[in-house]
Design a protein around this ligand. Sequence first.
Ligand SMILES: [Cu+2]
Length: 204
Amino acid sequence: MGFGTISRSILVMGISLVIVVILWAWIGHIGPSFSAGTLTRQQAALRQHYGLPFRPVITNPTVLQTPPSLRNVSGNSANAANADNSTKAAVNNSTKAAAGTTSTGGTAVSIVPGASTLAAKAFSPNPVNVKVQNSITWTNKDNVAHTVTSGTGYSDPNKGKEFDSGLSSLLTPGKSFSHTFKTTGEIPYFCQIHPTMVGKVIVP
Ligand SMILES: [Cu+2]
């Protein structure tokens, strides 16, 4: 075996290696990008083709960490319950809609940065006073999603009765939620994602 054969073998190996590297750089990324991007586009195209409603892809880690059964608590209770409860849900929704239209001139409450670990300091000011028939607008100034939900916590049977920004439409960073208070009282509230976040509304 002469040097010619050896050098040809080395050349063939070298060319093979170069081809593998070029293919890897050219189409090596298709695996992960196919599973993420292409499937999303295909699903969107099929939904449009069959006239199905648009469903946003959830990428918010906070939402993904919330069990699906807890993402739409008010909706679930309306589905599971009798006519009496669904009527209540309808009344509650119309109250929410009314509150949304009177968002101007209300009292402002911030969900402060880092709120999820700040317990009673998560909301500012806290407690907050508001006159009857006036509204409070909560604005999320943190960088993760929260809710403002009336009640003392998950186990409160009256949870969300007075107001609930909801798990299906989370208060993502920068988002606001308003509610008008029709009766006097002291209303405790909390965040459904971080139940240690607690506040109180006083309607004297
Ligand atoms: Cu929260």
